[in-house]
Design a protein around this ligand. Sequence first.
Ligand code: HEC
Length: 158
Amino acid sequence: MFEKISVAMAASVFVVSSGVAFAQSDSSVAEQISRNGFLLENGLQIPAFDPVEGRKLFGSKGCIVCHSVNGIGGEDAPELSAEYMDDPMNAFDFAARMWRGANAMIMMQEDELGEQIEMSGEELASIIAFVHDADEQAKFSEDDIPENIAELLEHDED
Ligand code: HEC
């Protein structure tokens, strides 16, 4: 599943995603990464950053109960709209922000969702891709929120 590419190629992809013009062949590497992820020569895996998957996860994992995007969602926690994110965004900085807020967030999750949200690294990568993607966020609608989560959200708004 993971495509093995060199660190140099990976570095050039990050340059592409930061908006610096590069040859077109590089953008197809970027597209490949967003589909399949890749494996660095040192054995570390970079997961696929799939914003479409992230849109579904943002609803189904329950982030939406406390964080809003596109004007939808709870207001107990900072809004996570793409316009408030760094551009370019270091994905690990997003995870570091979650870590910083972890204490308050976990207590509140246990209180409102009944348990701490579990997720894999791949799922988190897709959530991060979604949070950074204004176009994908514009597609977020009530349809992305499963019933059990929607109930919590309504409860929260009372
Ligand atoms: C039950 C409520 C709740 C849920 C669910 C929740 N969060 Fe949070 N989150 C919070 C609170 C409260 C804070 C603020 C913590 C603080 O300021 O100390 C926070 C902070 C954050 C921050 C840091 C924001 C900043 O401005 O630095 C990020 C990023 C974040 N959450 C992402 C997520 C993601 C992604 C999910 C879903 C996987 C999620 N949260 C689910 C309550 C929640």
